[in-house]
Design a protein around this ligand. Structure first.
Ligand code: SF4
Length: 404
C-alpha cells in the first residue's frame, strides 16, 4: 500500500493537507482529511462512470472516437467558427491554461472573435486582492463575511481561518470577531457576533451608513440592516479596534458590489482607527487566478483583446468541465447559449448530451502534474499519483496538437 500527501484541486482553497492510500494497481483505498467536496472530486475521476474515450454524438447515438480523431474535429470546428467562447478555463491547471491561451492568440490572428467567460470579472477585482490565507489565519482578528457562506463552496476555509490559533473564549468560541452581512440565513448565521440583515437595503446604502457610523454621525441618522443603537455602537467599537480585518466576498463581485465601490469601502475602513482591512475573494473555480495570470501573460490586457459578440452568443462554445459544470454551490447555474458545443469532461451530464464531441482529459493533481494559483494568489504544485489510460491526454497536450 502506498501513502502520500496530495494537493486537492476540488475548490480554490487548494488544500495541501490531504493524505491518500492506494495499492500498487493505483486503486484508491483511503482519503484522509478531505472535506465532502474534495472527496467527491477525487472519487468522481476514479469512478466507473468515468468517460475513458472521446464521444461524438451522431443521430442521437454515442460514437467512440480516438483522441486523435477528436482533436481533428476540434481543429476543424475552431477553423470554421467565426466567434468562439471558452468556458471553465478557471477549472484547469496553469499549464493547460497557457496552452489554451496560445491557441486563443492564434485564433485572434485569424480575425476570429474570442471570448473567455469570467475574464472581465477578474480584471475588475484583481487589484483589490490583498491578503494570503496564512496572514488571515495568523493575524486576522475580525472577519466580515459579505453575502457569502464558504461552508459548502470552500468547506475547509472557515475552519482554517477561524479555528486555527487556539485562542478560544471560555464559551468555546474563538476570539476572532465575526460580522455577517446577508439577506437570508446561512450556516454561518448562528456563529455571528453581529448579523446585518441587508434584505431591505442595497449594498451602496449599507456602505454609506457604515461610513457615516465611522465618521461619528448621529446614530439616529444611521440604518444598517436591523441593528439597534446598541448594536451600532458595538459594530463601531469592533471596526475601530480591529488590528487586521478580512472582508470575504464571493466573486464575481458584480451581483452585489461594484469593484470601485468595494475599493472605496476598504479605503474608508482603513482610514479610521488603527485597523487594516484586506480583501479575500471566494473564487468560483479552483484556478480562477491562474486564468488571469495565463491570460495576461499570453493574450494581454483585457480591454485590448476582446470584441463584443454581436448576437450575444458565439458560433462555437468550448467548455472545460470538471467541477465547473457540477458545482451546485456556484452563484449562478452555467448557461451556455451557443448551439455548437465541444466539451472537455470526464463524466456524462446534460452538457455531454448536447455536445458535438466530449473529450476526457487528465485531471491535474491526480493524473498529471500542474500548477494552480490559490484564491489568495499563492502558487501551488499539483502532482500526478494515478496515471490515466493512454487515450486520455492532458488539455495542454491536446491544444499543443491543434494546428490552425
Ligand atoms: S476545501 Fe476545497 S481544496 Fe480543501 S479539501 Fe475541500 S474541496 Fe479540496
Amino acid at each position: 500500500m502506498n501513502t502520500r500527501q496530495i494537493q486537492c484541486f476540488g475548490c480554490s482553497l487548494l488544500c495541501d493537507d490531504l493524505y491518500i492510500e492506494f495499492d500498487t494497481n493505483g486503486i484508491l483505498h483511503t482519503i484522509v482529511n478531505s472535506c465532502f467536496r474534495g472527496t467527491r472530486f477525487i472519487k468522481n475521476y476514479l469512478s466507473d462512470q468515468r468517460i475513458r474515450q472521446s464521444i461524438q454524438k451522431q443521430m442521437g447515438l454515442d460514437m467512440l472516437l480516438s483522441t486523435e480523431e477528436a482533436i481533428s474535429i476540434l481543429e476543424q470546428e475552431l477553423l470554421k467558427a467565426q466567434s468562439i467562447k471558452f468556458y471553465g478555463i478557471g477549472a484547469i491547471s496553469y499549464q493547460d491554461q497557457l496552452a489554451v491561451m496560445q491557441k486563443i492568440v492564434e485564433l485572434k490572428k485569424k480575425n476570429k472573435t474570442v471570448y473567455v467567460d469570467g475574464i472581465k470579472e477578474i480584471f475588475d477585482f484583481f487589484i483589490l486582492f490583498q491578503t494570503t490565507i496564512g496572514q488571515a489565519i495568523n493575524n486576522a482578528d475580525l472577519f466580515l463575511f459579505w453575502e457569502c457562506d464558504p461552508t459548502h463552496s470552500h468547506p475547509k476555509l472557515f475552519g482554517k481561518l477561524l479555528f486555527s490559533r487556539g485562542m478560544f473564549r471560555l464559551s468555546g468560541k474563538e476570539m476572532k470577531k465575526l460580522i455577517i452581512v446577508q439577506k437570508q440565513d446561512s450556516d454561518l448565521t448562528r456563529l455571528k457576533d453581529i448579523l446585518i440583515d441587508r434584505s431591505s437595503q442595497t449594498t451602496s446604502q449599507i456602505i454609506k451608513n457604515f461610513i457615516n457610523l465611522l465618521e461619528n454621525k448621529s446614530l439616529d441618522t444611521i440604518t444598517i440592516g436591523n441593528l439597534s443603537r446598541d448594536n451600532l455602537r458595538e459594530l463601531k467599537a469592533f471596526l475601530e479596534a480591529t488590528e487586521y480585518g478580512v472582508l470575504v466576498c464571493n466573486t464575481p463581485l458584480g451581483d452585489y458590489f461594484q469593484p470601485d465601490e468595494l475599493n472605496r469601502y476598504l479605503a474608508r475602513l482603513n482610514a479610521s482607527g488603527k485597523g487594516r482591512f484586506v480583501f479575500l475573494p471566494l473564487t468560483p473555480t479552483s484556478n480562477y487566478f491562474g486564468m488571469y495570470a495565463a491570460y495576461t501573460k499570453i493574450v494581454g490586457n483585457y480591454s485590448e483583446s476582446v470584441t463584443p459578440l454581436k448576437d450575444g452568443y458565439a458560433d462555437l462554445a468550448i467548455i472545460f468541465g470538471g467541477e465547473y459544470l457540477r458545482d451546485e454551490f456556484s452563484r449562478h447555474p452555467l448557461e451556455i447559449p451557443e448551439k455548437k458545443v465541444i466539451l472537455f469532461d470526464n463524466l456524462k451530464s446534460n452538457y455531454s448530451n448536447h455536445a458535438r464531441i466530449t473529450i476526457p482529459y487528465a485531471i491535474p493533481g491526480i493524473e498529471c502534474d500542474g500548477t494552480a494559483i490559490r484564491m489568495d494568489n499563492v502558487n501551488v504544485d499539483l502532482s500526478l499519483w494515478n496515471s490515466p489510460n493512454e487515450n486520455i491526454y492532458t488539455i495542454q497536450k491536446i491544444f499543443n496538437k491543434i494546428s490552425l
